[in-house]
Structures are given as structure tokens and as C-alpha cells.
Design a protein around this ligand. Structure first.
Ligand SMILES: Nc1ncnc2c1ncn2[C@@H]1O[C@H](COP(=O)(O)OP(=O)(O)OP(=O)(O)O)[C@@H](O)[C@H]1O
Length: 255
């Protein structure tokens, strides 16, 4: 059996002198999609950044079976692809250049991109339907178009682990459905996807749901289980109810 994608024990994060993650224990199996959900301020983004080692955390974190502190920056950049909220670099960078940034971990110092780099960037842009505006500056794209460029950059890395914070922000329904299909393909290839999502009906399509509340794990389990649905209802104060509709789980809001 392959090593878990991530194993955290007693993971704690303090921001501006206040602890916001209070000792998270978590195991994320490789080759699955885990969606992270919870109320505003629950610590979803903070946990994702801690898993990506983008902010200082205390406790133990292992990535693909190895202590996260022992990874070199380059090996980590090859293993782990990050898609954050509202990122993307300078507004005057062309979409193509932004996607090529995803290939940097593959390139030697000051070397030109290889044919493999160019092919990976093109494939990623075609997959997320942003190839047609490759020459346009990022700052001239709409929110959803920009989001697809950032998704292409994350894909171009070719990493086994993908962490995405609100990847559906600004995407219209057809592109949300495309994202869902893409994640399923990635998981079939054996990759691990961890995504923070506010769209609960889409989050319920994941393999597993991690439900956070007040900086702690309120529940972690398969999306198909009743206990997971009950945890969702609990952390959202009974305002969410999960139902099966045409074979899929759907989150219904209670006014
Ligand atoms: N830079 C920061 N400095 C201080 N506190 C912060 C900072 N960023 C976030 N926090 C606090 O940490 C807690 C967790 O924030 P986080 O962004 O992880 O929540 P979240 O679950 O992703 O929320 P949302 O659903 O609103 O995006 C919140 O109480 C927030 O106010």
C-alpha cells in the first residue's frame, strides 16, 4: 500500500499571535479526493496552507511518508502543486507565462524551457480551455478566465499532490462541471486532490469530506456516509440538509 499523501499529528498554527488551528490530527490517503468544508473562519485555508508548508506550523507533518521538514524546496515543488485564492502574479504577464511558471521546478537554473515543459503547459491550457487567450495579459482576463489559467498552472506542474483553495471561485456551471471531471481524471491517475470548497453539493462528490469548525476537525469521513451528512448539518447550525437526488448527494439549504 502506498504511503498516505499527508499525515498530520497535533498540527497547530498561530496567526498574529492567536492560535487558529488547534492540534489537527489527520490522515489523507493517496489517490483520493478530499474536500475541506466548514463555516467561515473555521480554518480551512489555514489548514491547506499548513499542508502545503506555506506557513509555520507546529506538530508533525509527513508528506508521502516522509517528514515534511526533510524535503528540499525543489522536491517539494515537484511533488506538490498549489492553487491559492486570488493569486497569479503580475497583471501584465501573459497567460502562457503564468502557466509556464508551473514548470519552473522542472527547469535547471537559467535553462530555457524544454520541449516537455512546452508540451505540458499547452496540454494544461487545452485541458482547462484557456489556450485561446494564451497571449493575453492576466490583468485583462475575467475572474473565471483567470481562474482557469491558474488551474492550468497548477496542472502543468504534473505533481502527484494538488492542493486547491476555492478552485471554483468565479467559474460558471459548465466550467465547474469541467473541474469536477478533471479532478476525477486526476484521481484515476493516482493523484491526490485536497480542495477547500464552499459549494457543498460539489464537495459531496468528493471521496471524503473533512469538516472543520473553530480550528478543529469536526468530522472526517466518506461523503456517502450518513455520519458525514449529519456533521455537515451540525456545523452549519442545521441550515444544511443532505439529500440523494438522482444518485448524487445534494446539499439543500434551509431558509
Ligand atoms: N493573516 C491573518 N492574521 C490573523 N488572523 C488570520 C489571518 N488569516 C486568517 N486569520 C484568522 O484565522 C482563522 C481561520 O481563517 P481561515 O482563512 O483559515 O478560515 P476559512 O475557514 O478558510 O474561512 P473562509 O470560509 O471565510 O474562507 C479566522 O479566525 C481568521 O480570522
Amino acid at each position: 500500500m502506498s504511503a498516505p499523501a499527508f499525515e498530520a499529528r497535533g498540527l497547530r498554527v498561530a496567526l498574529a499571535g492567536r492560535e487558529v488551528l488547534h492540534g489537527v490530527d489527520l490522515q489523507v490517503p493517496a489517490g483520493r479526493w478530499m474536500a475541506v468544508v466548514g463555516p467561515n473562519g473555521a480554518g480551512k485555508t489555514t489548514l491547506l496552507k499548513a499542508l502545503a508548508q506555506l506557513l509555520p506550523a507546529s506538530g508533525d507533518l509527513r508528506m508521502l511518508g516522509r517528514d515534511a521538514r526533510t524535503w528540499s524546496a525543489r522536491d517539494r515543488a515537484l511533488a506538490l502543486s498549489w492553487m491559492g485564492q486570488g493569486e497569479g502574479g503580475a497583471a501584465d504577464l501573459r497567460a502562457w507565462d503564468v502557466v509556464m511558471l508551473g514548470r519552473l521546478p522542472h527547469q535547471r537554473w537559467l535553462a530555457s524551457p524544454s520541449a516537455a515543459d512546452v508540451a505540458a503547459a499547452e496540454a494544461a491550457m487545452r485541458e482547462t480551455h484557456c489556450w485561446d487567450w494564451r497571449e493575453r495579459p492576466l490583468g485583462q482576463l475575467s475572474g473565471g478566465e483567470r481562474q482557469r489559467v491558474l488551474l492550468a498552472r497548477a496542472l502543468a506542474v504534473g505533481a502527484p499532490l494538488l492542493l486547491m483553495d476555492e478552485p471554483l471561485a468565479n467559474l460558471d456551471p459548465p466550467h465547474q462541471a469541467d473541474w469536477l471531471a478533471l479532478v476525477r481524471r486526476l484521481v484515476i491517475q493516482g493523484r491526490t486532490v485536497v480542495s477547500v470548497l464552499h459549494e457543498l453539493t460539489i464537495a459531496l462528490q468528493a471521496d471524503d469530506l473533512l469538516v472543520l469548525q473553530d480550528g478543529r476537525v469536526a468530522h472526517h469521513g466518506p461523503c456517502a456516509e450518513r455520519a458525514t451528512h449529519e456533521a455537515l448539518a451540525r456545523v452549519f447550525g442545521g441550515r444544511v440538509h443532505v439529500r440523494a437526488v438522482d444518485g448524487s448527494w445534494v446539499a439543500v439549504l434551509r431558509a
